[in-house]
Write a protein that binds this ligand. Structure first.
Ligand SMILES: Cc1ncc(COP(=O)(O)O)c(C=O)c1O
Length: 471
């Protein structure tokens, strides 16, 4: 196959891909949420591991290879995938990605694609408006939440600390996502700079403890500069007291960042403003369209109250770019660690434009209602002990085996999870808080509806009851 197919060849190629994917999508409702059957044989399959040939192979053969490789592991696109934070794979975003890649315009700078870059910037401003950030706010589409938080912390560091910043400290709870800790490390801070604030007993930051820690650190000669609040923790969906944290930040001149990679976009759901109040006052906010806007993996976002702070942290220039900058702002690269990048804003733009915002509002509202339903149902089962009330779309529960059972609560919970997942209709994950093993159900996919959540709940109850009789 030549590198530049003629229109007929291109159409045939694209049609083959679309036909293959149409089959994949048709089978999704009944596809297993996880499958590790024969995994070693598949991973070791010489067809899959084959190096590139000197001359090309037919597309049909290659699609078969990919299909076999994708057939083992977890399938976040299925309605039963309720583990970690699902990223469900909206196909309109996949098509947007195809359009963006075929157009292949250079959006790292404004000059080569001024209208596309403006489209992306407008979309970010519109998103910022949804969160009540000021009209001057802006942002950046990133590859994910981790990179958004990294850029935010670098901006905060540059804005609030001197160039010799190693005395700086930032404040999180022990529920902060690992990406926050990683971002602090990559931004140059030693591990001791990340100060862990106690929680209020329900995985939310204790604001009095935050104040005491910040003030104590100042007295000890440290330089507190930022608080990273959770706008929905990964473990249980807990939301820190955002408005109170904001007040502490304002009173003490600290940069307020909210990690809304999981929870932030629930702001779009009905009642989302009451669920996540105060985000509009934050200096920066991490979002992840590849979670709660259902996009395929690879699109995160950073919203900034003052995009200039991001620019001061990232902007630089070079003579070989003089033709495309002409003394003006470079464009997206001024605000980002990246120069060349994909036109990833299109993956958010096309779905919003095509489906309308109400489609996302309905979906997110449905997820919140399903979560409440699952919590109430599971709370009736004496073999389970519910963890905190859900604030977003995570239900967390511990097992409570009957007295005298051979398995302790943690082992009992792990066995129930294993058995439910072995049914392959749903895939759930676990976590641990305070030494307790917790089963999590996280409802995020636009393909997950009441029938599958009911299956998850009934599966958990049935497996727990069966295991209880075995002990
Ligand atoms: C709360 C939270 N923050 C940040 C991240 C990191 O996002 P990403 O995986 O897109 O880098 C996640 C991912 O699950 C998350 O749940």
């Amino acid at each position: 196959m030549q590198l530049d197919p003629d229109p007929a060849e291109w159409r045939a190629l694209a049609t083959s891909v679309v036909d293959y994917l149409t089959g994949v999508l048709r089978d999704l409702p009944d596809a297993p949420a996880s499958s590790f059957d024969g995994v070693d044989a598949v991973v070791g399959d010489p067809e899959i591991r084959r190096p590139p040939p000197e001359t090309g192979r037919p597309l049909a053969e290659l699609l078969q290879v990919l299909d076999r490789a994708a057939g083992v592991g977890l399938n976040p696109s299925t309605p039963g995938y309720l583990a970690f934070i699902p990223g469900s794979g909206l196909v309109s975003a996949a098509l947007a990605g195809l359009i963006g890649d075929v157009l292949n315009r250079y959006t790292g700078l404004a000059f080569p694609a001024p209208a596309l870059v403006a489209l992306e910037a407008d979309l970010l401003r519109w998103l910022a408006g949804l969160f009540d950030l000021p009209a001057t706010a802006g942002g950046l589409f990133t590859s994910g939440g981790s990179l958004a938080t990294f850029s935010a912390l670098v901006a905060a560091r540059c804005d609030r600390l001197p160039p010799d910043f190693l005395n700086g400290t930032l404040y999180v709870t022990d529920q902060a996502h690992l990406s926050v800790i990683k971002a602090a490390r990559l931004a140059g801070f030693p591990a001791a700079a990340v100060r862990v604030v106690p929680d209020d007993g329900a995985q939310r930051m204790d604001v009095a403890a935050l104040q005491a820690l910040v003030d104590g650190d100042r007295r000890a000669g440290r330089a507190p500069f930022s608080v990273v609040a959770n706008a929905g923790t990964t473990n249980t969906g807990a939301i820190d007291p955002l408005q109170e944290i904001l007040r502490v930040c304002r009173a003490r001149g600290l940069w307020a960042h909210a990690d809304g990679a999981y929870g932030g976009l629930f702001r779009i759901a009905r009642g989302g403003d009451r669920l996540l109040p105060g985000l509009g006052g934050f200096d920066s906010l991490t979002l992840d369209p590849h979670k709660c806007l259902f996009l395929p993996y690879g699109t995160g976002a950073l919203l900034m109250k003052d995009p200039e702070a991001l620019r001061r942290a990232h902007a630089t220039s070079a003579s070989y770019l003089q033709d495309v900058t002409a003394g003006e702002s470079l464009g997206i690269t001024d605000y980002s660690p990246e120069l060349s990048r994909d036109f990833r804003g299109i993956r958010v733009w096309l779905p919003f434009m095509l489906h309308g915002v109400a489609a996302f509002r309905d979906q997110l509202s449905e997820k919140l209602a399903l979560t409440r339903w699952a919590y109430d149902e599971l709370a009736r089962e004496p073999l389970f002990e519910m963890f905190d009330e859900p604030q977003l779309s995570v239900v967390a529960l511990a097992a409570k085996p009957p007295a005298g059972h051979a398995l302790d609560a943690n082992a009992f919970g792990a066995e129930v999870l294993k058995r439910v997942n072995a049914r392959k209709r749903v895939f759930l994950s676990s976590t641990a808080i305070g030494g307790r093993y917790l089963i999590r159900i996280c409802i995020v996919s636009f393909r997950t509806h009441a029938d599958r959540v009911r299956e998850a709940v009934e599966g958990l109850v049935a497996e727990a009851r069966a295991l209880a009789t075995e002990g």
